[in-house]
Design a protein around this ligand. Structure first.
Ligand SMILES: Nc1ncnc2c1ncn2[C@@H]1O[C@H](COP(=O)(O)OP(=O)(O)OP(=O)(O)O)[C@@H](O)[C@H]1O
Ligand SMILES: [Mg+2]
Length: 237
């Protein structure tokens, strides 16, 4: 399968601390990948580097042949905890604003995506009045508004109730069925493992497990995760 992004011996150092250590990762076209790990493992840092929002301290990031950094950015939809939404605009105004940034103007798609995340009835209300779950669903819509091929999702299910989770899962499944990939960071290991075809366990800035979900059981993945967390706890004793 064609590799769309390749990381070789990638490192990230901040305040003289190595937060990412010798990361090797190849993301193939259409692949759905879960980044799993405890607090501070380096998941968000790695995602920001892949989004080109942050520069690695060392190592190499290469894109597929012919893909410029601009093209890569234009083809990415990102959801990060700081949601990039404007509180003083309505949902529809937010989505129009972001579509324009990507040089697009497709009102029909905005309606379609608002419908998908079930915000149509509140589309003309100021986002500042939205609940956490509504904001999160709008963040997903914002990430999709320019119809990118690849999604980078940092805890997109945070604060969502069961119904909203199912709505987002459905969107991700449709995205995958169209041959498009995503990287998902989640603390819900079972959900991330079940959703993605490949699961990566990060610990203390290193990739500890990188397996196709069909080649490792959820139980043994959870075992490895648990023992890392326990090792961490013992370090604090
Ligand atoms: N801008 C920064 N300044 C200082 N330290 C940072 C910065 N960004 C990341 N770090 C450190 O890098 C480590 C990894 O952080 P990161 O946010 O990537 O973890 P994470 O796996 O996303 O954790 P969480 O599950 O809590 O979101 C942490 O120890 C964090 O303190
Ligand atoms: Mg994080």
């Amino acid at each position: 399968m064609v590799s769309i992004l390749e990381l070789q011996n990638l490192e990230f150092i901040i305040n003289e601390r190595k937060v990412l250590k010798s990361i090797n990762f190849s993301w193939r076209k259409g692949e759905t990948v879960a980044f799993i790990g405890g607090n501070g493992a380096g998941k968000s840092t790695l995602l920001k580097i892949i989004a080109l929002l942050s520069q690695p301290s060392d190592g190499k990031l290469s894109l597929a042949k012919g893909a410029s950094k601009n093209k890569w950015k234009n083809n990415l939809g990102v959801v990060f905890p700081d949601s990039f939404l404007h509180d003083s605009l309505t949902a529809i105004e937010n989505l129009r604003f972001y579509q324009q940034i990507y040089g697009k103007d497709d009102k029909r798609f905005i309606e379609h995506i608002l419908n998908k995340v079930q915000l149509v009835t509140v589309k003309d209300e100021l986002v500042g009045t939205y609940s956490k779950g509504m904001r999160q669903r709008l963040s997903i819509a914002r990430a999709l508004v320019h119809q990118p091929e690849y999604l980078l999702l940092d805890e997109p299910f945070d604060g969502l109730d069961l119904k909203s989770k199912m709505i987002i899962e459905d969107i991700l499944n449709v995205h995958e069925s169209q041959g498009n990939g995503y990287i998902l960071v989640s603390h819900d290991v079972k959900q991330a493992f079940d959703l993605c075809k490949r699961s990566i366990l990060l610990h203390d800035g290193e990739i500890i497990v990188d397996e196709k979900s069909s080649q490792i059981s959820l139980l043994s993945f959870l075992d490895k995760y648990q023992s890392l967390l326990e090792r961490n706890e013992n370090e604090f004793l």
